[in-house]
Structures are given as C-alpha cells and as structure tokens.
Design a protein around this ligand. Structure first.
Ligand code: HAM
Length: 403
C-alpha cells in the first residue's frame, strides 16, 4: 500500500468543509480591506529563499525541499509565500509604478520539519502582503484585519507584538547583544553558540530552558530603538489601546525569517498545543530592494490553516438541497432534466437506479438533503413528482412544471 508522505495529509469532508470555510472567510475580509488575489508558483529558484528568508534561518538551513530539476536548475518548493509575492511584485514592475499594492493568497507551503501535532511538512497558509506604505497605520490595520478574521471564525487568541528596529538602530543593538552573548557563551546551548555568530537575535527565542535563564539580563530591542522606530512602535500601541485591542509586548518575539524590520507580531492560541502560533507576520521594508527592486516599504502576515481548523466550529449544518430518485426506469430522463434545471440554484443529488420509496427516503436522509423528490408509476402518468420536506416532514404531490 502506497501511503501519503510523512507530515503530509489528505483533507476530505467533513474537515475539508472547515478548510474551505476558513479560506472563504479570510478571503472575503481581505477583499474588504482592499486586497486582491495573487497566485504565484509553488516552485521557485532556491536563491530566492536563501536571499529573503535568510541562509541562517532554520527554514533555509534545514527545512527546504530543494532539488536540481531536469534542466539543472537549483529549485525549491516554497516554504512560505512572501518571497514569491515580492519576486512577482518586482518582476511585474509594480515597484516602478509606485502607489499601494495589496495582495492575498492561499495555498500549500513545504518545510521538512519534524512532524508533530500542528506541525506538518506540507501545510496551508492564507496570507496578505501590502506594498508601498511606510505608515504605522497600515501595521495597525493589518493587525485589525487578522483580528476581524479570527473574531468572525469565533477563535480565541492572544496578540503578541515587538519591534525589530531598522538599519539605523539594529546594528548597535546587535553589537551589544553579541557582547552579552559572548559573556554568557558557556551557558548557552550549541545552537545558540552558533547563532551568536550567524544570527544573534534568534538566540532570544531559543526554546531551551537553560538558555532562557541565561538570557534574563540581555539587552532588550525595544529599549534600544532609534527615534523613528520608537515613535512608530509607541503609536502602534496607542492605536491598539484606543481601539480596545488587547495585546502583549513580547521582547523575545523575533520571528523565524530574516527579512523583518520594525513591527513584528504573532497571534497565539492556548488550545492547539506546543505549536501555538496561528498567525505571524510583520514589516519587511528592506526586502524589495534587497531582491533587486526599487526600495518599497511592505508589511504582511500569514495564518496557518491546519492549526486554525483545530479551533473552528462550523455552525451545525442544516439540511440542504434536493435528492431526486425514480421508482420506474422510464422516469430517469425526466429526473435528469429536472436536476439540470434545479442545479442553477440548488445543491442536487441524483440517484440513477430505480429503488423503493423507502430506500430513496433513507438515501436522501443520509446525504443530508432537505427535500426528497421521487417519480413513481402514478406520478409518471400524471406528470407529477412526489415530494417530502425532510425537515418539516410535510409530503405532497406537485406537477413537474410547478416543481
Ligand atoms: P511563519 O510564522 O513562518 O510566517 O508562518 C505563518 C503561520 O504558518 C504560522 O503562524 C503557523 O500557523 C503556520 N505554520 C508554519 N509552519 C507550519 C508547519 N510546519 N505546519 C503547520 N503550520 C505551520 C511566514 O510564513 C511569513 N511568510 C508570514 C509573513 C507574510 N510575513 C510577512 N508577510
């Protein structure tokens, strides 16, 4: 028996109903906030992810589905959606046009991680990317939009925010952090000793308890921001407060991707286990320029659909649609015609083989239809159809035309 690969899942009904419901809800809300759909390839040049997500990140360092294709190109299944959106933005010369461009997307992402609850190797994200606005009001609006999505889905969450500074303030901060990390080097895990050289701020969110204990007196990013970053971060907080949006400051929130500047945020849930981030994102004002485009500020986020599926409760499904069946072989032609017309507005189930009325009623109930409509011998003679409303239990005969 050939099985799906480890960390990859089939999603079918009833789970797929929740999958579609999440994407539909998020898409509808994103469109109201001015976002348009973008579709980018699943496969991109490996260099794109190395340069954007960052060579020192775990994603690029350990988790890429990378291979050489038949033409000898070094390619990679996308581990996330931002890099492809930025590449598309530049390649289609939108950076030269100026103005504001907002995109949303959804689809599979691939990371060769160790599978566990809430952590898959193929998973699905819904994401948004907004290009062209430096204003902190866009940071606020994007957080508000994610809040709208989760509130509509009926999910509880905690919002965590941090600022990761900019090229003005980050170099000085990094230097003082490295000095501190070198002082406590012997107490840090092997990974953190390596990160001190490759990507020091990633030491801050190390999950090893001993490291966290050692880090208690390490310098805090938001206490070392330049004037502009500090004032934007304070403004963001005052906006959230004045809109009664609860949030937590998390000075250890550094995100696992290297492209972030200034605002970074995560939405976490207490109900999904250790992998508790249900959405994450932030500003990446340098990435467009870094990938060869005209300098363009940008901000975005992505939410993890499988993690959210664990939390969403669909409204109790009501009976829906019409089940059509025959008790006489000759009536099938009529039923097929009725089905075709009814499908313009209704969900229709057709049973092709002739059966007893009892068998039809049972089948209609099983598929969750609201109505069971059957043509038998008498109905065939009189151009009628027998109809039962499975919710109210009402039964009657009606003319086919009327039906
Ligand atoms: P990320 O935090 O790596 O950010 O992923 C976003 C969300 O995807 C996570 O919060 C989580 O819900 C889900 N996720 C990540 N990895 C897995 C996994 N292995 N299994 C299941 N779910 C997972 C990004 O990907 C950025 N591109 C977000 C962004 C967009 N930043 C700016 N624009």
């Amino acid at each position: 028996m050939i099985q799906a690969l480890r960390g990859m899942k089939d999603i079918f009904s009833p789970e797929s109903e929740r999958f579609v419901y999440i994407i539909d809800t998020a898409s509808k809300i994103a469109r109201r906030y001015g976002y348009r759909y973008i579709e980018t390839p699943l496969l991109e040049e490996t260099a794109l992810f190395k340069r954007s997500v960052g060579e020192s990140s775990d994603i690029v360092g350990k988790e890429m589905y990378q291979f050489i294709d038949k033409g000898g190109h070094d390619v990679c299944l996308r581990p996330e959606g931002t890099a492809g959106a930025v590449r598309a933005f530049i390649q289609n010369k939108m950076d030269r046009k100026g103005g504001v461009h907002r995109f949303y997307y959804h689809g599979p992402m691939f990371r060769y991680e160790r599978p566990q609850k809430g952590r898959l190797r193929e998973f699905h994200q819904f994401g948004c990317e907004s290009f062209g606005l430096e204003s902190v009001y866009e940071d606020f609006t994007i957080i508000l939009m994610i809040k709208d999505i989760f509130d509509t889905l009926g999910i509880d969450y905690t919002i965590k925010i941090n600022s990761l500074g900019c090229p003005e303030c980050m170099p000085d901060y990094k230097e003082s952090l490295i000095t501190h990390l070198n002082d406590i080097r012997d107490g840090l895990c092997e990974d953190c000793q390596r990160r001190t050289e490759t990507n020091p701020i990633r030491v801050l969110d190390c999950k090893v308890q001993e490291c966290q204990a050692m880090l208690q007196n390490s310098p805090v990013i938001v206490e070392n921001l330049c004037k502009a970053c500090d004032s934007d971060f304070k403004r963001l907080q005052s906006l959230l407060t004045s809109h009664s949006i609860k949030y937590e400051l998390d000075s250890k929130l550094v995100r696992g991707l290297d492209y972030y500047t200034k605002t970074a945020f995560e939405f976490v849930s207490g109900e999904v286990g250790a992998q508790n981030a249900i959405a994450g994102g932030g500003r990446y004002d340098r990435l467009v320029e870094f990938l060869g485009g005209k300098p363009t500020p940008a901000i975005g986020f992505a939410l993890g659909i499988e993690r959210i599926m664990e939390l969403v409760k669909l409204p109790e499904s009501e009976r829906e649609g019409i089940y059509l069946g025959v008790m006489e072989e000759e009536a099938i032609d009529k039923i097929l015609k009725i089905a075709h017309r009814k499908r313009a507005t209704e969900r229709v189930y057709v049973e092709y083989s002739k059966r007893s009325l009892k068998a039809h009623l049972k089948a209609a109930d099983r598929v969750g239809a609201r109505f069971c409509a059957v043509i038998g011998e008498d109905e065939l003679k009189n151009s009628q159809i027998w109809l039962k409303d499975l919710q109210t239990k009402e039964e009657r005969r009606v003319g086919i035309e009327e039906f």
